[in-house]
Design a binder for this molecule. Structure first.
Ligand SMILES: *Cc1c(COP(=O)(O)O)cnc(C)c1O
Ligand code: SF4
Length: 338
């Protein structure tokens, strides 16, 4: 799946794949040989309008045809359950807006600054805490000079985290300009990219991107986002291998989601499969209580029980840190044992 970078400003194959993503619920269902009636509770046209369905064809190809409960389908399908108003589920559950210190820059934790590079994502995940985020105002693209200026004046920041949206939805040229500008900030040591793109479209890992990261004076870390072992494929492994063999550290963060990965077998297999392609499990996040995602929530004592089961069957380095984001806390808060 690794593609050569074109010498000119042609559209790259991954960009074509991105543009051809499925955005119509019925198209996705018929591709999977399903009908609306097969989806328990039904789909929601209103939810699909508010936060559009979006699935690259490669990712849809990893879903099992004929299975309305497929764990990858469950992550992207706008269900009627999203329309239910559930107390405690709000639009900005992690108080991101309060943390905004300059256009597109969020600083919540010491030493690290997070830059919202773009609002665009290759896939739309129904549980996403940014689904109601006002990207138009916060997206850094029109303001990235100002954002970089702000970073120059924050000498205690040693790590810049590119986030979004998905920073890898930016073209390589644009990303390259951003990374070059970041390299000129003397106090930065590390560049971290949080992205789900390789998981839903491995062709995104171009030689040019691998060059950019391996030639940087900054240490580079790529944190992918995979929730289920079916997302870990040979193409993903091959694409990430190019980054890893050239010195980029690879980590994964997942979200604990009901009926997707809330059992020990699935989580253990996820860790094993990740390590098989050179990625270490980093975080397992509790669901952020974002409006429309309550149907992904798990019973209150389940996360700790799962953690205990994982610890009793995996080496310590394959057990992700189970954390929750609490507004105003100086770190992502670990879930304590039962
Ligand atoms: C999650 C997050 C980080 C990174 O936290 P780590 O614990 O270092 O992975 C940094 N900034 C913001 C705003 C975040 O939400
Ligand atoms: S920010 Fe990440 S979790 Fe949210 S929709 Fe985009 S890819 Fe999915």
């Amino acid at each position: 799946m690794i593609t050569l970078s074109p010498p000119t400003l042609e559209i790259h194959p991954w960009q074509r794949e991105l543009a051809a993503a499925i955005t119509d619920v019925n198209e996705l269902l018929s591709l999977l040989e399903l009908e609306e009636g097969d989806v328990v509770g039904g789909v929601s046209p209103a939810a699909a309008r508010e936060f559009r369905l979006r699935v690259p064809r490669y990712f849809a190809g990893l879903m099992r045809p004929g299975d309305p409960d497929d764990p990858l389908l469950a992550q992207v399908l706008p269900r009627a359950a999203e329309d239910h108003v559930v107390e405690g589920y709000v639009e900005d559950p992690v108080a991101d807006l309060a943390a905004a210190c300059a256009y597109g820059i969020l600083q919540k934790y010491r030493g690290r600054a997070l830059m919202i590079t773009t609002g665009a994502c290759a896939v739309h995940c129904r549980y996403c805490f940014r689904r109601h985020f006002p990207y138009a105002e916060q997206s850094v693209l029109p303001h990235w000079q100002a954002a970089l200026q702000a970073l120059h004046k924050l000498p205690d920041i040693t790590e810049l985290i590119l986030s979004g949206g998905d920073p890898l939805s930016l073209a390589d040229g644009r990303l390259s300009r951003l990374v070059t500008a970041a390299e000129e900030i003397p106090h930065l040591r590390r560049l971290r990219i949080h992205t789900r793109l390789p998981v839903v479209l491995p062709a995104r890992i171009t030689h040019k991107l691998a060059d950019l990261l391996s030639h940087s004076r900054l240490q580079t870390v790529v944190v992918i986002h995979a929730n289920h072992p079916n997302e870990i494929t040979a193409s993903l492994g091959q694409a990430l291998g190019e980054l890893r063999s050239r010195g980029t550290s690879l980590l994964n963060q997942a979200v604990l989601l009901k009926s997707v990965n809330d059992d020990a077998d699935t989580l253990a297999e996820l860790s094993e499969s990740l390590f098989g392609i050179g990625v270490l499990p980093y975080y397992l996040h509790l669901l952020d209580p974002v409006a429309g995602a309550a149907h992904f929530d798990v019973p209150v004592d389940r996360p700790q029980r799962l953690l205990e089961q994982l610890r009793s069957r995996l080496p310590g380095y394959l057990v992700p840190q189970l954390v929750r984001e609490l507004a105003g806390q100086p770190f992502k808060v670990p879930i304590s044992p039962l």
